[in-house]
Design a protein around this ligand. Sequence first.
Ligand SMILES: C[S@@+](CC[C@H](N)C(=O)[O-])C[C@H]1O[C@@H](n2cnc3c(N)ncnc32)[C@H](O)[C@@H]1O
Length: 224
Amino acid sequence: MNPPIPLPTPSGRTLTQLTNTWKLTALLYDLWRVRSLSLLTGQPFSLERELNLMLEWTQPKALERWLDVGTSTGNYARALSTSGAQVIALDFSGPMLEVAHSKSEAKSSSHIIYRQDFLENLTFENSEGPFDGIAVGATLNEFWDTQVALERMAHLLKPGGRLFMMYLTESKTSLGRLIQSPLAASGVRFPLRKTVKETLERCGMHYARGEQHGVVVLELYLKI
Ligand SMILES: C[S@@+](CC[C@H](N)C(=O)[O-])C[C@H]1O[C@@H](n2cnc3c(N)ncnc32)[C@H](O)[C@@H]1O
């Protein structure tokens, strides 16, 4: 069992992580999020399409235990909870969780538990056992250490458990790399699909399916 790592101090946060703790970021986040995949892929790609794809690939079921890592305003958590699954919506940002909570009250999503913490602090014990599934929408781009986060998620899954990820990978074009470079300096990571796959396979996961549209990657892994 991996011991929890201590919460990083606020001064140790990346700029990106810091901005996620601002109330204004939380209030404006969904204005970006509903358009983000269309803007990033250069084709119509609504949030609804993304959520439907996630549900189709992962097939969450009533009473299953799911974890939404870096829930922000709770879009993945609310979608997962429509199946009757019990969802832990995790985020270290209090303002993000407040917005998520207010949105789920409006939709009376009673299957969601909001938890303010870092993924890196979750263990079997403090998260009440392994999960049937984990969903990670763009949070893979924000971890301190992508490899540590992937290892932790693989560890927290049951055998047969599903891991759904949507993340941005390194651009292959020079314009794309030019745009990504200041973001990288502020703490945004752009993991390579190959590196993600190698890390997860070392942790007993296997690749089930995936799609890539420009820099946007959607992938499903299963725990063996
Ligand atoms: C890019 S947003 C993604 C939000 C959401 N999953 C979505 O699809 O819209 C990343 C979120 O993850 C949170 N986050 C970043 N690193 C985290 C960590 N180590 N543990 C928990 N939450 C984290 C941030 O506070 C932020 O709200």
